[in-house]
Design a protein around this ligand. Structure first.
Ligand code: PPS
Length: 303
């Protein structure tokens, strides 16, 4: 692919595309994203950062490969299912270049809010799986990730970071607009909307099995019960944490500083309670009510 601009500095800065802050290399190469040629059998996995993208990717790959664990260990996640808006930074390749070389059917990762998804996905009526996670756990996970991921802007202290999240100043912009955008469009486009908390709820009236089956039906696949059980086991937090093809351990330490945090950090619902002060929680909830008024997405911050 021609004219890809690569980024050499240690941490990326942010600038905007249509009012949404994105990593500078993405902005510099925006025309390549905007003009990306989707194919009708592409599947897009879309999330706000830290919502459970990698988890969803692993479930999808296993379903598409009939639960065959070996096939799903053919390459690390970002090579099996490239990241659309990632551009050469440190040792990472461009997502668009990888995708152009990839045979169909392709599974593509994006964090773009719906209004920035390239038009060709909609023109081709592509399927989209959207995974959303409650705002409080999302910002905590994002904070730890930004500390260890040397591509991302320096997160600074927690209180300032939380403020930036609420003001939509982190990479990929407002969480509130992101989750609402895909929710609004799910009736008119082929979007399957999943919630991280539903996936985590084990042993109550819902559990990962229901959600894995929803994904399987959306992908128009049918697998026997024992294979579904196997997929649930292979995509549990503890198994994925040990899987080098799903836990980002192939990224060098210079990119992901594991002395600070790991990619597969905790994988829990409610970890925010260890990070928000009571006052931060109160102010966040007040602001949340305003930002989310009129929407009915059934987020839960605890199980
Ligand atoms: S990224 O960088 O945006 O693509 O990250 P993403 O994969 O969306 O989110 C990472 C968080 O998801 C957790 N995770 C899981 N939770 C439960 N079960 C499984 N299998 C699983 N796999 C990943 C991961 O631990 C990150 O959350 P935190 O809260 O930081 O642990």
């Amino acid at each position: 692919m021609e004219n890809v601009k690569s980024w050499k500095s240690p941490r990326c800065s942010l600038s905007q595309v249509k009012g949404v802050p994105l990593l500078e290399p993405t902005v510099q190469n925006w025309a390549l994203v905007e003009n990306f040629r989707a194919r009708s059998d592409d599947l897009l996995i879309a999330t706000y950062p830290k919502a459970g993208t990698t988890w969803t990717q692993e479930i999808v790959d296993l379903i598409l490969n009939d639960g065959d664990a070996e096939k799903c260990r053919r390459a690390p996640t970002h090579k099996r299912m490239p990241f659309l808006e990632l551009f050469p930074v440190h040792s990472l390749e461009s997502g668009v270049s990888d995708l152009e070389k990839m045979p169909s059917p392709r599974v593509i990762k994006t964090h773009l809010p719906i209004q920035l998804v390239p038009q060709s996905f909609w023109d081709n009526n592509c399927k989209v799986i959207y995974m959303a996670r409650n705002a409080k756990d999302s910002v905590v996970s994002y904070f730890h990730f930004d500390q260890m991921n040397h591509i991302q802007p320096d997160p600074g202290p927690w209180d300032q970071y939380l403020h930036k999240f609420m003001q939509g100043q982190l990479g990929w912009g407002y969480w509130y607009d992101h989750v609402k955008g895909y929710w609004r469009e799910k009736e008119t486009k082929r979007i399957l909307y999943l919630l991280y908390e539903d996936m985590k709820e084990v042993g109550r009236e819902r559990n990962p099995r229901d959600e894995v089956i929803r994904v399987m039906h959306f992908l128009e696949r049918s697998l026997p019960d024992d294979i579904i059980d196997q997929i649930i086991e292979l995509t549990s937090f503890s198994v994925m944490k040990e899987n080098p093809m799903a836990n980002y351990s192939t990224f060098p330490d210079s990119l992901f500083d594991r002395s600070v945090s790991t990619f597969m950090r905790k994988g829990e619902v409610g970890d925010w309670q260890h990070h928000f002060s009571p006052e931060e929680s109160r102010l966040f909830d007040e602001h949340y009510e305003k930002m989310m008024s009129g929407t009915s997405i059934p987020f839960r911050t605890q199980l």
